[in-house]
Design a protein around this ligand. Structure first.
Ligand SMILES: Cc1cc2nc3c(=O)[nH]c(=O)nc-3n(C[C@H](O)[C@H](O)[C@H](O)COP(=O)(O)OP(=O)(O)OC[C@H]3O[C@@H](n4cnc5c(N)ncnc54)[C@H](O)[C@@H]3O)c2cc1C
Length: 451
């Protein structure tokens, strides 16, 4: 980009937004990264405070033909928020107005609101917002909507898109769209589109009454295969736990190193939680999980109270920081497979890790068949290229077993090279036509999702 043109863009941004909305050079460096990938330093980082400012930005981007990269908290795990080449990052963190309406059991939220804030604001009214990515304290609704994020509760309650009643976004022409989902479900197209079809500026979200009772157990299995089999059997018997999370032996051992709470390092761990308003039903449903776990050789511990349950969930939330201590780098894979295929998939991924000589740790939302095999490596001793090859092999395992490339983290940059293997040519052509129709100049988050 010629210097004078770049200067022209910066001058115009300053005139439009004032210095408060633009970041200085060293601060801009941070915006090269999300939680997994590094990109280029953005030409500018703009922090709009209103939908009108987002519109102004889109119009400027069209005039100068400079791409826009939307960004929430940068906690994404597929490289979606990192700029490629010269681009303007649109950081939504200052658009963080939130209003809960207890009468309609809804909330209106701007994209920069953090996920946790929605449930915290709803709780005094006896309500909650179910989508709960493990990053919920930092991730934003804009990022959650753009990735259609899930979380432990999604087995029973569904993912982010299931809670959207109405969506507001700024399209590629700079026009504001505010639509419900009754006729053509255009909001449904934007949800999960990873910033490539429009800039999300707000959403009306459905809230649910807080369940009155919860019951939690931890089951310790000799291996992940037996654990996956127990989960499949319990669900086949009709159990619909709110949360079903698993950690393999390496994950358990890493958490034990980190927290020192007495977890047995040679066991795979399942955490199950049931909830509802009828205490007996809640306990009965948990008993289904308990029975199948015992049948498959697990040792089961039920939490006696909220405090014990919280301690168990703390162990699950500690997986990410605990793994960070094992090796300096990791690739956080994210696949989803039919539940019946889980035992075989887990076994094949373990074997692949051994064949590549790389440490692979598996955990995830096992109720949905959503696994996060993490490839951990030390770039000084181990080849990063081989780690990426292994990631590709893991994606192939998912596809071979009728699964999908991404359970919840999105395609972004990380899975983009695998998309051609995952989709048939007709589907890819349809997706390209859609992108062309909604973003004809290709200025919205270019280089992401579509190969
Ligand atoms: C420790 C850890 C745990 C995690 N656990 C989970 C989990 O359990 N479940 C899960 O689903 N994910 C999880 N994630 C991944 C990540 O937190 C989610 O994808 C989250 O939705 C990203 O939100 P963000 O605000 O950080 O978005 P960013 O990373 O900033 O952006 C993500 C994508 O959204 C786009 N985007 C952001 N804002 C907008 C907007 N307003 N309009 C249009 N596009 C936009 C960006 O361009 C990018 O493509 C985890 C990440 C970490 C680091």
């Amino acid at each position: 980009m010629a210097l004078s043109r770049a200067q022209g863009i910066l001058d115009e941004l300053k005139a439009l937004f004032g210095p408060r909305a633009l970041l200085s050079r060293p601060e801009r460096e941070v915006y090269r990264y999300d939680a997994i990938r590094e990109g280029a330093t953005p030409l500018a980082v703009v922090l709009p405070e209103s939908t009108a400012e987002v519109q102004a930005l889109v119009r400027l981007s069209r005039r100068y033909r400079v791409p826009l990269v939307p960004r929430g908290a940068g906690s994404g795990l597929s490289g979606g928020a990192v700029p490629l080449g010269e681009a303007l990052v649109v950081a939504f963190t200052r658009m963080d107005r939130l209003k809960v309406d207890p009468h309609t059991q809804t909330a209106w939220a701007e994209p920069g609101v953090t996920t946790a804030r929605v449930s915290e604001a709803a709780r005094p009214f006896g309500l909650f917002y179910p989508p709960d990515p493990a990053s919920y304290r930092t991730s934003t609704l804009g990022g959650n909507l753009a990735e259609n994020a899930g979380g432990p509760l999604c087995f029973k309650y569904g993912v982010t898109g299931d809670y959207v009643l109405e969506l507001e976004w700024v399209d590629a022409l700079g026009e504001v769209q505010r639509l419900g989902r009754d006729a053509y479900d255009l909001p449904g197209l934007l949800i999960g589109s990873e910033g490539t079809l429009g800039l999300i500026a707000g959403a009306r979200l459905r809230l649910l009454p807080l369940p009155r009772h919860r019951a939690t157990l931890m089951a310790l299995f000799p291996g992940v295969e037996a654990l996956a089999e127990a989960v499949s059997r319990a669900i086949a018997l009709g159990a619909v736990p709110a949360r079903l999370e698993f950690m393999d032996r390496s994950a358990v051992s890493a958490v034990e190193d980190y927290l020192g709470v007495g977890l047995p390092r040679d066991r795979a761990l399942l955490l199950a939680e049931t909830d509802g308003d009828d205490r007996e039903l809640v306990e009965e449903e948990l008993s289904l999980v308990e029975r199948t776990a015992l049948e498959l050789g697990a040792e089961v511990r039920r939490a006696r109270d909220e405090g014990e349950a919280e301690a168990l969930w703390r162990a699950r939330r500690a997986v990410s920081p605990a793994l960070g201590r094992l090796r300096p780098k990791r690739l956080n894979e994210d696949i989803a497979v039919p539940r019946s295929a889980l035992p075989r998939v887990v076994r094949e991924i373990e074997a692949l890790g051994r064949a590549y000589g790389l440490l692979v740790v598996q955990f995830g939302h096992i109720g949905d068949g959503n696994l996060h095999p993490n490839i951990l490596f030390d770039p000084l001793r181990e080849s990063e290229e081989r780690a990426w090859e292994l990631a590709h092999e893991i994606a192939r395992v998912a596809l071979r077993h009728g699964g999908v490339l991404s359970g919840e983290h999105g395609i972004g940059l990380m899975k983009r090279p695998f998309l051609e293997e995952a989709l048939d040519p007709g589907t890819l052509t349809a997706l390209r036509a859609l992108k062309e129709a909604l973003d004809p100049e290709g200025l919205l988050n270019p280089g992401k999702v579509l190969p």
